[in-house]
Design a protein around this ligand. Sequence first.
Ligand code: PEP
Length: 256
Amino acid sequence: MRKKIVAGNWKMNKTYPEAIPLLYGIKDNLFRSQNVAGVLKIIAPPYPYLHDFYESTKGIKNFYVAAQNCSSEESGAFTGEVSAAMIKSVGAQYVILGHSERRQYFNESEQDIMKKVDLALKHDLIPIVCTGENSQSRKENRQFEIVSKQLSESLFHLSPEQFAKIIIAYEPIWAIGTGLTATTAQVQEMHHSIRSFIETKYGSDIAGGVSILYGGSCNVSNSAELFSCSDVDGGLIGGASLKAEDFSNIIRSFPS
Ligand code: PEP
């Protein structure tokens, strides 16, 4: 059985006095619900809040904290960077890597993402690796080629044991923060293609066990339909993770 996962990417939103009530709102909301204990819940706040978030969620079953990025370097003279070891040392267990905003605004390459994946695993952080095509590539029907290239160049150097730890997110860039959600058919088709591509490299056991999350304007009105697709194991949620009730309802929307 693959893990069901909902991860909230808060991006560069919420000051500390705003972030704490939002976290408590999510916690309160989930406490009132019995049937989500099995869902892995991950929140990725800005770096400065990681330790507090870890402290205030550490007793809650299946509730974890993630960083939104980490450095591609181990340590040293890299002003402004935050290392995988530092993230681990404040209690985070996951790290989002290769988000399209990092690729687009900070010129992250597959080579950078590969280095970050290696450092994350070295420091016992689980990478959530984002893939996805832009609207032009989708129009040209090159989405499968683009996503396969991202996967092979950033992840296929890993040993089977290492790869088995990775979580993949499929986030078509044209759907992120735009209100345009991919259709369930498009999402299922891509998730199935990702799983098949992983199978060619790592075999059916590993491909069948990897959780693949969908991200891109996933919200309370479409999450149930998206999560009912056989190859969709949950979501990476941006905007809707900033509202306690919406995020909690998305967590509740797996088919029973
Ligand atoms: C994201 O940034 O990972 C994301 C999925 O954002 P949104 O849900 O706002 O489209």
